[in-house]
Every structure is written in structure tokens, then in C-alpha cells.
Design a protein. Structure first.
Length: 89
């Protein structure tokens, strides 16, 4: 038996022919240290400030991408998360 498509979040099976959604989320880290608004960064100061982070923390803080299929229920939860405090249609 071949494994079918599953929801990225809840791992619920997504039957062939049933509607599903595809999420493509990019989390881009920003900070005054990495992208100073008032001129080029001093690379030595930048390295000193980032020195306490290990490679995984640094990479996760700079850029992370999540892509995959979502079931309708998880899509609704994700929309509610991003629209918290606002009306969602
Ligand atoms: Zn789901």
C-alpha cells in the first residue's frame, strides 16, 4: 500500500480528490543587529553579538521555511492564528 498525502500538521490522511490546501510559510528573522537601519554593520561587532548563538539557533533565527499540504481543519486554525483579533471569513 502506498502512503497517501497527509496533512503537514495533524497528519490526517488527505483522500485523493478531497480538497486540501498547500501552505508555504517563510519565517525571515530580522533584527537591528542583522540589518541596521542606519548604515552598514561593523562585521566585528556583529560577530561578537552573535557569538553566543550556536549554528542551529542562528540559522533558525535567520530563515526558516515550512511547506506542505494542509487539511481544511488545520488551514482554518492557521488562518485563525494569523488573523487573531480580526474577523476571519
Ligand atoms: Zn490537519
Amino acid at each position: 500500500m502506498t502512503a497517501g498525502r497527509r496533512c503537514l500538521h495533524c497528519e490526517r490522511a488527505l483522500p485523493v480528490g478531497a480538497p486540501y490546501f498547500r501552505v508555504a510559510l517563510a519565517l525571515q528573522g530580522e533584527s537591528e543587529v542583522l540589518a541596521p537601519a542606519d548604515g552598514p554593520a561593523d562585521p566585528h561587532a556583529l560577530l561578537r553579538q552573535l557569538g553566543h548563538l550556536d549554528a542551529d539557533e542562528l540559522e533558525a533565527g535567520v530563515h526558516e521555511e515550512v511547506t506542505g499540504p494542509l487539511c481544511p481543519r488545520c488551514r482554518a486554525e492557521l488562518r485563525a492564528f494569523f488573523h487573531r483579533g480580526r474577523s476571519v471569513q
